[in-house]
Design a protein around this ligand. Structure first.
Ligand code: ADP
Length: 360
């Protein structure tokens, strides 16, 4: 099923206040049928509150929520027809796997054979048919999470709301669950909204992300738009790993405390005056700079090893991500001065007033 851009679920001017604390500020969110949306942002930015308001577990202080043009702001959670996979919505511990998955169909009044016709293929689908009669307490974290998702999906909800669905899993299970969620979304054609603080998960799963900060939407767009063309300094800092260099554009030159560099990207619209250059850490190179590159000489201050990557931190505040093999080949020495360079065409500029120009 192809996702349509907008119009299925609309949040208009949604605000939320707890006593004197404003936690959501005038949110507008518009989601199309069949989309996979991720709400991302740091802890406390309002992601869960937004999801709970969509679910009907919290009332907005102002604003409205509509599905297919119908105002549902005043409806109770169970009147909305949404599925939920929330960490605190525990599975029923006294029921087995089959009974947990069958629950929604039973409540709806389906007959035993009807329930079996739906539940058995679903258990096959999530690989838990051999465990149909297991108690929930005898399942691993990943298996429980699968049961939770199956229980929500079995009634084909209009919308599936997922709060940190992989939050409690270790890295390997997390990746397996991400693949599973993506496949279930594609097969079901349903609309998924997912909350995570893990931005790589959001970028891997969602067709569109909303980046939240302090109760506001900082930016929405496809993962690659948000990753390549962050609209604000906050997004550039939060999504991906970026070098942010303050300076100003003067004609075809970007002047900064690190030096003056060609702006590149002939013909593109650039901000004027004060701005910030955003340069992805993985697009900065160490070694002889080619003609036309932006290059600096900088001492190596520190190295940070993370799995298959090493981050080199240079004096002046520039960092680059290098593969472990490449890094070993370069024989890094703390304190030694290196040529560090990047392609000016890969630089994205944010103007001081918060607007941005698309580079690269
Ligand atoms: P996130 O999911 O992005 O971590 P939340 O939506 O959970 O953020 O929280 C946003 C803000 O709202 C936080 O500052 C949090 O402390 C506050 N908050 C959430 N629920 C309540 C509540 N029931 N009472 C008061 N403040 C709350």
């Amino acid at each position: 099923m192809t996702a349509t851009a907008t119009g299925f679920l609309e949040l208009t001017g949604v605000s939320k206040r707890y006593n004197d604390t404003v936690v959501l500020k005038d949110l507008d969110i518009s989601i199309g049928q069949g989309e996979f949306i991720s709400l991302i942002g740091p802890s406390g930015s309002g992601k869960t509150t937004t999801l709970r308001i969509i679910a009907g577990l919290e009332m907005p202080t102002a604003g409205s929520i509509a599905v297919d043009g119908r105002d549902i702001t005043a409806l109770l959670p169970n009147e909305r027809g949404f599925g939920m996979v929330f960490q605190h919505f525990a599975l029923f511990p006294h029921l087995d796997v089959y009974q947990n998955v069958a629950y929604g169909l039973k409540v709806r009044g389906d007959s035993k054979p009807e329930i079996e016709r739906e539940v058995l293929p679903m258990l096959d689908r999530i690989g838990l048919r051999p465990l149909a009669n297991r108690k929930i307490s005898e399942l691993s974290g990943g298996q429980r999470q699968r049961v939770g998702i199956a229980r929500a999906l079995i009634v084909r909800p209009k919308l599936l709301l997922l709060d940190e669905p992989t939050g409690s899993l270790d890295t390997k299970l997390k990746l397996a669950m991400q693949t599973e969620l993506k496949a279930l979304h594609e097969e079901s054609g349903l609309t998924f909204i997912h909350v995570t603080h893990n931005q790589s998960e959001a970028l891997a799963l969602a067709n569109r992300v909303y980046v939240m900060n302090d109760g506001r939407i900082e930016q929405q767009g496809s993962p690659s738009q948000v990753y390549r063309y962050p609209a604000t300094r906050f997004v550039a800092d939060f999504v991906g790993r970026n070098n942010l260099i303050d300076g100003e554009i003067d004609g075809a030159v970007f002047r900064s405390p690190l030096g003056s560099f060609p702006v590149g990207g002939a013909g593109r619209a650039l901000p004027r005056g004060a701005c910030t250059a955003v340069i992805r850490a993985d697009s900065v190179q160490v070694g002889p700079a080619p003609e036309g590159a932006a290059a600096i000489q900088a001492p190596l201050d520190a190295l940070e090893y993370a799995g298959s990557m090493v981050t080199w931190f240079f004096g002046g505040g520039v960092m680059t991500d290098v593969s472990t093999d490449e890094s070993a080949g370069l024989e890094p020495k703390i304190g030694k001065t290196y040529t560090v360079w990047w392609d000016p065409n890969n630089v994205h500029y944010l103007s001081a007033d918060g607007t941005s120009s698309q580079g690269g």
